[in-house]
Design a protein around this ligand. Structure first.
Ligand code: GLY
Ligand code: MN
Ligand code: MN
Length: 429
C-alpha cells in the first residue's frame, strides 16, 4: 500500500451505518475481487473491491467481511477472513496483512484465516434469516466474466436455498453516494495530484511531442506522489478528440492542434476525473477559443446548477439547452433546431456535437455507484463535463471538474486547476 494509513474510525463508522440499514436477523457478506488473469501465468494489476475497502480498508485478494449484528455471541458480530500469510508467501509475494495489522487497519477485533470461513459461516447461517450479498449493479456495467462475488452467491444459494436473499448493492449505493469527510479529503488529495500532473504536462507540451510522451509525464507525476491513473488516460490531439474513448495515445501533437487531456489520478483508491483541452503551440486560434469559451460557460452554469433537490436528468437537460444555444452562436445549429424536441433525447440536434452525459458520481469508482434517478443531495461528488466535438473542423473541446454538492452551494474541488483560456496560455508560455 503506497498511500498513508487511513483512520480506522472511518471504516468502523461505515460499518455502523450499514448495520443500521439491515433488518433484524441479517447477515451481510462482502468479498474481495479476483485478480484478473491475462495470458500464460500473467495477471492484471489487482484492484480492491470498492465495497470491501469502504467497509474495512482491506485491499487484499481472497478476503471476506462478515457482518451479523444480531449474532448471539457478540464476538461473532463482525469477522474478517483473510488469506493466511506465511514465510513462504512473504518471500514470493511480499507483505500480506497479519491478523494484528488487519485489526489495526479495520478496527475489526475478530480476524480469522479464510480456511476457517466455512465453519463460522455454517454456524451463523443457522442463526440468520436474511442474507445480504453483493453484486455489481452499476447501470453501465456489462460483465461477461464470472466474478468472485457471483460465484459466491451461486455457491451459497445452493448450500442454503431456504434463506431470504437480498441485494447488498442497494444499501451500498445508498451509503456510498454521500461522501464522508474522510472521503472528501482523499478526493481532494487525488485532485491535487491531478493538478500537479496537468501543470507539469502543460509546461511540457509543444509541437512534435507525441501523445504517449504526454502520458509518460502524467505517469511520472502521479506515481511520484503515490498515486496512479484513475482510468485509462485519453490523450487526444486534433481529430482524435472526437473519438470519445480514445486510448491509443500514439499520435504526434501538431502545431495548431488542440490537445484534449482526460487524465486524472487515483489516490488511496479515491479517483479524480479531470479534462482539460489545451493548444499544442500554447496559443488558441480565434475559432478554438470561441468554442472553448462556449464549453466553459456551460461548465460554469452546470457547476452552479448542482443543488440539492435538482434531478440529474433536469440538470443534464438544462445543459443541453444551453449548449444548443451556444451551437447556434457558433454556427453549428440553426435557430429552428432549438425548437425540435424529438421523443428520443438522443435525436436532439445538439447531440450531434455534445453526445455524452454531463457528469456522473465520483468516488471509489470513477463512475461511482448511487441512485442517479433521485435528486442531488448534499455530500454527493459529481463530475461536470460538457464538450463539443467538431468532426468537420478536426477538433473537440471537453472540460471536466469534480464538484462536491453542499447545502451552502457547490464546492469545486478543481477550482485551482487552470481553466480560463488566458490562464492556460500563461501556464504554457
Ligand atoms: N474519464 C472518464 C469520464 O470522464 O467519465
Ligand atoms: Mn474524465
Ligand atoms: Mn468523467
Amino acid at each position: 500500500m503506497r498511500h498513508a494509513p487511513i483512520d480506522p474510525q472511518f471504516f468502523i463508522s461505515n460499518r455502523r451505518r450499514l448495520m443500521r440499514l439491515l433488518p433484524p436477523g441479517s447477515i451481510a457478506l462482502v468479498n474481495a475481487n479476483d485478480i484478473p488473469p491475462t495470458n500464460s501465468d500473467g495477471t492484471l494489476r489487482p484492484v480492491p473491491n470498492s465495497d470491501l475497502f469502504y467497509l474495512t480498508g482491506v485491499e487484499q485478494e481472497e478476503s471476506i467481511l462478515l457482518i451479523f449484528p444480531d449474532a448471539d455471541d457478540e464476538r461473532l458480530r463482525e469477522i474478517l477472513f483473510l488469506r493466511e500469510t506465511s514465510e513462504l508467501i512473504s518471500i514470493w509475494e511480499g507483505h500480506k496483512l497479519s491478523r494484528e495489522a488487519a485489526r489495526e487497519t479495520t478496527g475489526i477485533r475478530n480476524v480469522q484465516w479464510i480456511s476457517e470461513f466455512p465453519k463460522f459461516l455454517h454456524r451463523l447461517m443457522c442463526e440468520a434469516d436474511h442474507v445480504w450479498l453483493n453484486s455489481n449493479e452499476h447501470k453501465r456495467a456489462d460483465i461477461v466474466v464470472t466474478s468472485r462475488e457471483a460465484r459466491f452467491v451461486r455457491g451459497l444459494q445452493e448450500r442454503y436455498p431456504l434463506h431470504q436473499y437480498h441485494r447488498l448493492a442497494r444499501l451500498m449505493h445508498r451509503l456510498r453516494i454521500v461522501k464522508q469527510p474522510t472521503e472528501v479529503e482523499l478526493l481532494k488529495q487525488a485532485c491535487a495530484i491531478t493538478r500537479d500532473g496537468f501543470e507539469r504536462v502543460s509546461r511540457f507540451v509543444q509541437p512534435g511531442v507525441s501523445e504517449h510522451e504526454v502520458e509518460a509525464e502524467f505517469a511520472h507525476e502521479f506515481i511520484r506522489q503515490r498515486g496512479n491513473f484513475a482510468y485509462n488516460p485519453i490523450i487526444a490531439s486534433g481529430p482524435n478528440a472526437c473519438i470519445l474513448h480514445y486510448n491509443d495515445n500514439d499520435r504526434p501533437c501538431r502545431d495548431g492542434d488542440l490537445l484534449l487531456l482526460d487524465v486524472a489520478a487515483n489516490y488511496a483508491n479515491y479517483n479524480a476525473d479531470l479534462t482539460r483541452t489545451i493548444p499544442v503551440n500554447g496559443r488558441f486560434t480565434q475559432r478554438q477559443r470561441q468554442v472553448y469559451e462556449a464549453v466553459l460557460r456551460v461548465l460554469r452554469a452546470s457547476i452552479a446548477g448542482l443543488k440539492p433537490g435538482t434531478k440529474p436528468k433536469h440538470w443534464q437537460e438544462a445543459a443541453e439547452e444551453m449548449m444548443a444555444r451556444e451551437c447556434v452562436d457558433l454556427g453549428l445549429l440553426k435557430t429552428s433546431d432549438l425548437r425540435e424536441n424529438p421523443e428520443d433525447p438522443m435525436k436532439r440536434p445538439v447531440k450531434k456535437y455534445f453526445m455524452h452525459g454531463l457528469g456522473h458520481p465520483l468516488g471509489l469508482d470513477v463512475h461511482d455507484v448511487g441512485f442517479t434517478t433521485e435528486p442531488f443531495a448534499a455530500g454527493w461528488v459529481m463530475t461536470v463535463e460538457p464538450g463539443l466535438y467538431l468532426r468537420d473542423e478536426g477538433f473537440g473541446v471537453r472540460l471536466e471538474n469534480d464538484v462536491l454538492i453542499t447545502d451552502k452551494g457547490p464546492v469545486d474541488l478543481m477550482a485551482d486547476i487552470p481553466i480560463e483560456p488566458d490562464d492556460i496560455e500563461k501556464l504554457m508560455a
